[in-house]
Each structure stands twice: as structure tokens, then as C-alpha cells.
Design a protein around this ligand. Structure first.
Ligand code: SF4
Length: 196
């Protein structure tokens, strides 16, 4: 749904009505981390635990991200971590709230907030964790993660590196694929570290 004119420039995440995702979420989840971090990590959207806690990457995917950061020798306190979409999109399955991928129009609506974070934090390097993050960062709904995986591209004076979302590395069925996805995330973080 197109945002009404008076809703197009909200001052806070709490008052944002730029898309309908606020309706079923507990709260918006903004970014967290060093105010002027040189490295920004961007995920897709808050998960169930993030929606409840109000903090990004605190659930199982956050644990995996912590492991990957440690493996890459990056202190989480030195980076800024956020999501492309600030409200949790989900659908009920029994008593559980199951993640639902945000639509491109929702990603585009929420780019407003990512842009504000990019302006404020001004990172030198951005790691896109998954396709939704990459689409938001590049402001294109047609980019494919596989075309950008693991290779740094320069946009507007910043480096962008794309890799899997940690949740993907948790859910792929085979042990080998999970290990490969985890390693790809570590490799992307190492590459990002090398560019700082
Ligand atoms: S998902 Fe983003 S654009 Fe949509 S209501 Fe929430 S903060 Fe606003």
C-alpha cells in the first residue's frame, strides 16, 4: 500500500506507517552498534526473538553471526548491525509465528530507514547478509545474491560485500551445505575486514 503523504517522512520508527508491517509486529527493531562504525552489517528483518526483544540479531541467527564475527576476528561492539526491514513479517503456523519474506514494496518502503542509518553511521564497508539486504542496499528488486556473492563492489564510495543470511546457514538441509554457508559468511567478513 502506498504510504499517505503525512506518513512518508516519519520521525521515529515507532510512528512509521510507510508500509503495513507495523500492524502485526510487537515493535520496530532499529540498528545497534558503534555510532560511526566503519563496518555495517545488514540483515533482512527482525525474527521472532528480535521482535520481542527490540534488538537485531539476538536469536539463533544472531548466535551464528556472533560465531562468524569471532572467527573473522571482528569485535561486534565495533560494528553497526541492522536490518533492511525494521518490522517482523510473519504468518501463523499453529502457535508459532513463522518468518515471511518481506515483499519488494516493503523493502523499498523501509529503505528510508536504512538510508538514514547509512547517512548517520557512514560506514566504509557494508556486508549484505542475504538477498533482501542486497536489494535494499542496491535499491534494486532484481539483483540476485549469487551474482554478488563474496565479491566486493564499490557504490557511492563504499564497498559492498554480499553473503548468505545467517538464518540460511542454519536451515539448509545438509551438514555440508550448512558448513559451506557458515564459511562463506566468515569469508565475507574477512574480506570486509581487509577493506577497512
Ligand atoms: S517495516 Fe519499515 S517501512 Fe514498514 S512500517 Fe516498519 S519501519 Fe515503516
Amino acid at each position: 500500500m502506498k504510504a499517505k503523504p503525512e506518513q512518508q517522512r516519519p520521525h521515529t520508527l515507532d510512528e512509521c506507517r510507510r508500509c503495513d508491517l507495523w500492524r502485526n509486529a510487537t515493535q520496530p527493531v532499529g540498528g545497534l552498534g558503534a555510532r560511526h562504525a566503519k563496518l555495517m552489517l545488514v540483515g533482512e528483518q527482525p525474527g521472532d526473538q528480535e521482535d520481542l526483544s527490540g534488538k537485531p540479531f539476538v536469536g539463533p541467527a544472531g548466535d551464528l553471526l556472533d560465531e562468524a564475527l569471532e572467527a573473522a576476528g571482528i569485535d561486534r561492539r565495533q560494528v553497526y548491525i541492522t536490518n533492511a526491514v525494521k518490522h517482523f513479517k510473519w504468518e501463523p503456523r499453529g502457535k508459532r509465528r513463522m518468518h515471511k519474506t518481506p515483499a519488494q514494496k516493503e523493502v523499498a518502503a523501509c529503505h528510508y530507514w536504512l538510508e538514514a542509518e547509512l547517512e548517520s553511521v557512514a560506514p566504509d564497508v557494508i556486508v549484505a547478509l542475504g538477498a533482501t539486504a542486497l536489494k535494499s542496499i542496491l535499491q534494486s528488486g532484481s539483483v540476485a545474491l549469487k551474482d554478488y556473492m563474496g565479491q566486493a563492489v564499490e557504490r557511492d564510495g563504499r564497498w559492498i560485500i554480499a553473503t548468505y543470511h545467517p538464518a540460511y546457514a542454519l536451515r539448509v538441509p545438509s551438514r555440508e551445505a550448512r558448513a559451506a554457508a557458515r564459511q562463506a559468511i566468515v569469508d565475507a567478513l574477512l574480506e570486509a575486514k581487509g577493506l577497512l
